[in-house]
Design a protein. Structure first.
Length: 151
């Protein structure tokens, strides 16, 4: 498999791991804010911002924020969603659909299908526009090269 083909496969596997971890009820493993910042390459301010927006709700033990595996998975989903251009309000809506124990999973999946269908259609339209622009630029480039050769 070529490197180009391996990258999307790794991304799909990573996305699936994030989703699977989000479903996990294992709350025995706890993480500190600094640990999550290092792991995800983000700042303390970023995590606190997501908390302020209601995307994360860490526990507090003796005044210290502690995060469960579920919080960690939510953070991973937040960051992945931001990377593909989803606005925070949409990310919050998606996460809130899940519910306390996954009771909203069907609604969450429908939301994902609708959102990804729209995103795919938009990207395909952009790709078609880019391909048309490239074709036009190639014609212009070839014409200019021919004219230079005859001068």
């Amino acid at each position: 498999m070529s490197t180009v083909q391996q990258a999307p496969a790794r991304q799909r596997a990573s996305a699936q791991e994030a989703v699977d971890a989000h479903r996990s009820d294992d709350t025995g493993e706890l993480f500190g804010i600094t640990e999550l910042c290092r792991e995800f390459g983000i700042t303390l301010r970023t995590i606190r911002f997501y908390e302020d927006k209601g995307l994360l709700s860490p526990r507090r033990i003796n005044g210290t924020r502690v995060y469960t595996r579920r919080d960690r998975a939510r953070l991973s989903l937040i960051l992945r969603s931001k990377a593909i251009g989803a606005p925070l309000a949409e990310i919050k809506r998606y996460l809130d659909l899940y519910g306390t124990h996954g009771e909203g999973r069907v609604q969450q999946l429908k939301f994902v299908v609708d959102r990804t269908d729209a995103a795919i259609a938009e990207l395909e339209q952009k790709r078609a526009h880019i391909e048309a622009s490239l074709a036009e630029l190639r014609v212009i480039n070839a014409t200019a090269r021919r004219q230079l050769e005859t001068k």
